[in-house]
Design a protein around this ligand. Sequence first.
Ligand SMILES: [Mg+2]
Length: 196
Amino acid sequence: MPDDYNPKLPCVFIDRDGVITLDVGYCNHPDRLELLPGAAAAVKRLNNAGYLTIVTTNQSGVARGIFTEEVLAKIHERMYELLAAGGARVDALYYAPFHKSAADPKYRDDPHQMRKPGIGMIRKACKEFPIDMKRAWMIGDKPADIEFAHNAGIPGIMVKTGYGLGEIQYKRHEWKVEPTVIVEDIVEAVEWILKR
Ligand SMILES: [Mg+2]
C-alpha cells in the first residue's frame, strides 16, 4: 500500500436555500421548490470528480410551525428528483429543524448544536461518512454558513445568489468571519473547488 493511501473522501457541504434552490422564504410545499440555474450540473461535476456532496440546511420553519418534518421530507424528495433529472445526486442531507422561539421543546432545545453556525450537522456527517476534513469545503449564501465552515475548520465559499449579494453589499461590516472566497454562484464555487 503506498504511503499516501487515503481511504477518506473529499467532501463539499452545501447549503440548500439560495445555493442549490431558489430562496422563496419558508418553502412549505414541494411545488415551490426550484433549482437555481446550473445547480444540478454543478453537483454532477462534484459527483463525477469523486467528491461527497452533503446538504446542510437550517430549517427553522419546522420549529416555527410553518411546516412539518413530513412536508419537509416531501420537499427534499422533490429536490432529489429535480437533481436526478439533471444527472446529479447528493450523498446525504442534514437539516436542523430547531429554533429558540419554538413552542415545542423538541424543536427549541438543540443540545448537539445542529443549527448552523453550530457544527452538529458536520459532526454527524463525519460519523456516517469517511470524510477527509482536510479536503472539505462549505458553500453558502449567509454569514451563518461561513461561520459554520470556520467553526469546522474548513474553507467557506460565499455565493452571491440567495442572500449573498445583499449580505456582501450591505452587511459585510457585521460579519464575524470573512469567507475564503466570494463567487457568483454554485457553478463558480464548484469550479473554484475543482481547481484546488
Ligand atoms: Mg441559504
